[in-house]
Design a protein around this ligand. Structure first.
Ligand code: HEC
Ligand code: HEC
Ligand code: HEC
Ligand code: HEC
Ligand code: HEC
Ligand code: HEC
Ligand code: HEC
Ligand code: HEC
Ligand code: HEC
Ligand code: HEC
Length: 309
């Protein structure tokens, strides 16, 4: 993804409009060669009444729709707003143009998806929780007045997310948390805002652990001695991904409680049979209750079957 982006940035700064078109087309899965499209209006016709927007459009990535011979649109405004002649003839009749307002979000999204549905990042948008909840592309993107000219977003990604997800926002205020509010990482480092193909929009089809390995690569292994706990429950078996009241984002307030959930005779779930701490472990002593003072390589080890080094 980063590679694709870096490439795109390079390309967009290039002056070769043709090249932009060809490669953007390939990268984004757009048709390699769009048939020349005629229209009853031009961008200048729109400019008669929307001068500011038309002037600002030269700085928009969508400007390639007019500039590149591959798209060849006489009026790129219409690619999102639909045919504009009736709107013009009506002296600016709002009911005769698609304005991205109101609640017919599905058809609005289709305006954008007509070109973007094949982008890797957008694939499956229709099936996503966001689409099903009625979100519109324009809830997060502002084509004409983006906050920063990156991804045409209305705001910094995480601020956007937290404006709706107040419950999760609060989780990032717990004493131990991934530093999203401090701008060190973004919600989008773990979640794909468009995706409908994976659980919790985690951008990976597996348990979601893949997302953690992007940054915590040393936890991925493979290890000679694996801790099956990770396979059984994933990282989230022991950690809260957003924030926690417990150090190291642990899901339990004491280490012993966490480990003994599985490593205990009184285990309620019969299906998982795990080993017991040997009897020299005095589970009433604070020393022994902090299991990882000795079992230091709890995520897996290449040297010790018991994760002691
Ligand atoms: C004759 C002047 C005129 C021309 C030419 C014109 N518009 Fe408009 N447009 C208006 C007016 C007036 C409004 C309503 C503004 C308002 O009520 O805030 C408007 C509103 C809009 C809206 C917002 C609709 C909404 O739901 O709020 C869009 C989108 C739009 N125009 C696009 C276009 C496009 C694209 C073109 C060129 C094809 C165009 N306009 C040409 C006068 C014009
Ligand atoms: C890539 C899609 C896209 C293109 C191309 C595009 N627009 Fe828009 N336009 C939008 C969206 C989305 C909104 C709704 C903004 C919102 O609600 O945040 C919008 C809003 C508007 C409005 C409503 C007023 C406003 O500022 O909110 C006008 C007028 C308008 N566009 C005119 C134009 C004109 C003129 C062009 C051509 C220069 C154009 N648009 C090209 C997507 C597009
Ligand atoms: C919930 C908010 C949200 C919604 C709804 C949304 N987007 Fe996005 N979009 C984002 C964010 C955030 C990014 C930046 C992702 C990143 O930087 O990793 C983005 C990035 C993009 C990109 C650039 C992809 C890339 O990373 O190269 C495109 C294209 C895009 N969105 C199109 C759309 C379209 C089309 C729709 C509607 C079908 C839509 N988006 C709906 C939040 C949203
Ligand atoms: C006629 C085709 C077309 C339509 C319709 C269209 N786009 Fe695009 N979009 C493009 C092209 C081409 C680019 C620039 C090349 C690229 O980066 O893929 C682009 C780029 C983008 C980007 C990336 C900006 C960046 O910084 O990388 C976003 C976000 C985006 N479009 C959102 C939208 C939204 C939201 C809509 C609907 C309101 C929309 N697009 C409608 C063709 C289209
Ligand atoms: C306009 C409001 C809005 C914005 C902005 C928004 N979301 Fe959502 N999101 C929702 C709604 C509504 C739901 C469904 C109810 C829920 O799970 O809270 C949802 C659900 C989710 C889910 C759960 C998906 C699932 O399958 O259970 C994730 C993850 C998510 N959003 C992440 C994000 C991220 C990341 C961003 C920022 C890029 C974001 N959201 C921006 C409204 C929004
Ligand atoms: C370190 C990675 C990471 C970051 C950063 C992150 N999330 Fe999550 N998020 C996850 C994981 C993993 C889950 C799955 C939890 C589960 O299985 O229920 C999740 C679940 C969710 C859900 C589904 C409901 C729930 O709470 O389980 C929503 C909504 C959500 N995240 C929103 C956000 C928002 C908004 C942000 C930014 C403010 C954010 N996330 C930042 C990893 C992350
Ligand atoms: C974008 C990079 C990134 C991703 C993705 C990520 N983390 Fe982190 N994580 C960090 C950074 C940076 C820290 C350092 C502590 C901080 O930010 O305060 C950290 C710290 C931690 C800590 C230790 C907290 C402490 O108090 O020492 C745990 C546990 C953790 N992450 C688990 C996870 C899990 C589980 C996932 C997957 C759901 C995940 N991380 C995904 C960047 C990431
Ligand atoms: C069996 C429970 C368990 C599972 C499953 C687990 N962890 Fe941990 N993790 C811990 C414990 C306990 C600590 C605290 C260790 C300490 O303080 O000595 C910890 C600490 C961490 C830390 C911070 C300290 C360090 O060692 O860097 C990170 C980062 C981390 N875990 C990431 C992950 C990731 C990523 C996964 C999924 C691959 C994962 N954990 C799965 C129990 C677990
Ligand atoms: C989700 C259940 C689960 C949790 C939680 C868990 N473990 Fe395990 N652990 C296992 C399983 C299953 C094995 C493999 C047992 C076997 O092969 O007999 C194992 C193996 C071990 C071993 C290697 C010895 C052996 O029996 O193979 C040690 C040491 C260990 N765990 C310590 C811990 C510690 C310390 C914690 C808390 C930080 C912890 N475990 C949390 C399930 C868990
Ligand atoms: C003071 C260091 C220390 C602490 C603290 C400690 N252990 Fe151990 N643990 C050991 C040693 C050493 C062994 C290996 C004994 C042997 O070689 O037979 C061991 C063995 C184990 C085994 C493997 C038993 C088997 O059948 O192979 C498990 C499971 C275990 N510990 C769990 C825990 C749990 C859970 C905690 C926290 C409640 C914990 N340990 C705290 C030192 C410690």
């Amino acid at each position: 993804m980063t590679h694709t982006r870096a490439l795109r940035v390079l390309l967009l700064s290039s002056t070769a409009a043709l090249l932009i078109g060809v490669l953007a087309g390939n990268l984004k899965g757009l048709p390699a060669r769009a048939a020349p499209r005629q229209s009853e209006t031009t961008m200048q016709d729109c400019g008669a009444c929307h001068e500011e927007l038309v002037n600002a459009f030269t700085k928009n990535v969508h400007d390639v729709l007019e500039k590149s011979p591959l798209y060849n649109l006489a009026n790129p405004c219409e690619s999102c707003h639909g045919p504009g002649k009736a709107h013009i003839d009506g002296g600016g009749d709002r009911s005769k143009i698609i304005g991205f307002k109101g609640n017919t979000f599905r058809s609005y999204n289709q305006q954008c998806l007509a070109c973007h549905k094949k982008d890797r990042e957008i694939t499956g948008f229709d099936a996503s929780t966001h689409a099903k909840q009625g979100l519109n592309c324009a809830d997060c993107h502002d084509i004409h007045k983006p906050a920063a000219m990156t991804r045409l977003l209305k705001d910094r990604p995480s601020n956007l997310c937290m404006s709706c997800h107040t419950f999760q926002k609060a989780q990032f205020s717990k004493p131990f948390h991934h530093r999203v509010k401090e701008n060190a990482i973004e919600c989008t480092d773990c979640h794909q805002p468009h995706s409908g193909l994976d659980r919790r929009q985690l951008g990976s089809t597996l348990s979601g652990d893949e997302v953690c390995f992007k940054c915590h690569t040393e936890k991925q292994g493979p290890f000679v001695f694996e801790h099956p706990a990770i396979r059984l429950r994933g990282c989230q078996g022991c950690h809260e991904p957003h924030g926690s009241n417990n150090p190291k984002l642990l899901v339990r307030s004491t280490m012993a409680a966490l480990c003994l959930e599985c490593h205990s005779r009184s285990l309620a779930t019969k299906s998982v049979l795990t080993s017991q701490p040997p009897s020299f472990h005095n589970l009433n002593s604070p020393t022994y209750r902090n299991c990882t003072t000795c079992h230091v390589m709890i995520h897996g080890s290449d040297f010790s079957r018991l994760f002691l080094k």
